[in-house]
Design a protein. Sequence first.
Length: 667
Amino acid sequence: MTTEDIERVNYYERQYLQAADFRAEQDYHRDMRRRHNLAHHTWGIVTGLELVEQDNAGSVSVFVQPGMAVDGYGREIVLLAPYLLDAALFERFNTLAHRQVWLSYDQTDALPPGYGFESCEDTSAMRRIVEGFRIVVDPGPVTHDPVIIDGQPAPGAFTVPADESVPYQEFPDETVTDPLWLIRLGTVQWDGPNQAFVHAAAGRLNEARSYVGAVAASVLAPADALTITPRTPPADPDAEDFAEVVGRLAVDGRLTARADVHVDGGLVRLNYTGGDTDSVDLWLGRRRGPSDVGHLIRVHLGDAADADNQLTIGPSEQSVLAVRADDVVQVPTGTLSFGTQTRQMLGLWTAGGTAANEAEYGIGVQSGTLYQRAATQFAWFRGGKHDDAANTPGDGGSLQMRLDSQARLLFDSAAARQVLNLQGSAWGVGTQPSTLYLRSPGGFAFFRGGLESPADADPGGGGALAMRLTSGGDLDVFGELRATGDVIAGHNGDAEVRTRHVRGKSGVSDADDDLFLNWGSGRDVYVGQPGGNSSDLLVAGDLKISGADDSAFRVRSYTQQLANDGAGGDGHTPRPWTISLGADFGRIFTAFAVLNGFSLWNNDGNPAFDVFDHLQSTAIVPQHCYVRVTSWTTTQVFGECFCQQSDAAQEANNTVFFTLVVVGRRS
């Protein structure tokens, strides 16, 4: 047998078995079990085997708790009861120090054979082998014998796992050698001068223990969830560290944390599927403040000042708040709210050392008042760009309005201003470049005649209200509204025009003319709500369609010549037929067949229908002929036809000539 062979006993009838055969059987199962231990798992402690201290009248006893371990040769080590550490193992140490405690597999022969059954060849042979253990104290740097692969100590020419769990090794012959493989249990403190155990320092009693692991590319959960937890679940799962992933971790599904997520020193990098960054590095991390003062949560938006690289906040794909990499903050769709506490919410600029709510330039709210604050004056620009010179709109810009330090409202660079202040500056009339404006905190009204009245929108005695713009933005016109340009309702939005009558008007005068809807736009006109409330279209005159006539009604005809047995029938029963309509119809109102003629001669599929002759015979007398529609869909019409004659034996080629007429409309 070579080192590549795995051998087991092959049994057959009346076979003569020797002790070597039973040993081979035993070796096979033992070795395969040990290879399983090292193939599917790594060596170490399976369970238990903790070192426990016990006080005994001033002294300390140390026990190894029951448990199980597997060493690097796949051998199981089992303690069935607590084991008291023997102080004799430590007698050689004469100082006060912590000492390592290791566990080793051990086996001994036991139970000699009964009288008269001794072996003549081996008088020392025993009937049993006891698989046990022994304790090793401070063994030194070598804790196990070599792993042998193909006759050579590993690694040699072979690569072995870092945990040295090698199922394909050559197991040592335990009848020749005493192979060593130690498993660390922990550390005790031995008082050498007094030759006694004392309590070990905190955390040292069960330190540096190696536990078995599972070796698998996949861990499959047969139930709904896979749970990874200590064998004794803690009362608080977040109380201490439990599991560690060494290397990168990829999660294909959702990752849920029911407690805090800690990132110690690293960054949260946000990549596309597959790890692609598209040359723009996006990450979130903790940083020290400028000059190592303070602390920052840093959101990195790439290395270039690119307006397309943004941190956006909002529901779904909507961007309510956007911070751009080119030093711009936007609120594209949302509303910036500062809560309910009155204060100066925005501190726009200060000379330095002043809190935001005390800045010299800012915006705030007082009880019932929105205010803007400036140390000297206010200016409103159109276009341009920033220029530090006061009241200068910058290149390409223009000054629209300015409120100077004397509370004068100025327009342009001239004396244009709000020239009329009625009941204070809230009511007034003024000018802007090319614009005259009226100001009101409420509505606007235009009266014809009448007298002064304090009532809102009241023209007074003898007067009439000609037009009113309410405080809600509604415009009421008490007369005919005329516009030489277009009238748009719902500008840049959606609104309704409600009126009783709509009449067409001439393009060159106010005379009546045709009414055009969506003239030149190419858009449809809907009456009623598609998919909702329907409305009838009532036309008192003629309905004229300048587009395709069959856009409302579509009529198609299909001519057929079908013999009785043309579909493989017996010629004596009606022939079923199907006519495909293609995409001609979205809806069919009706379909019917018109009989064009019949023939006792075979004209199947002959549009000319010109195969015939004259024969005088009672056997060729036509007796029954018909065609009909049985059903239809929007793409096919189904029916049957039949032409019978007095001699049934000759009617297989009888042919029906008909036209299918379909009435419907497009989709």
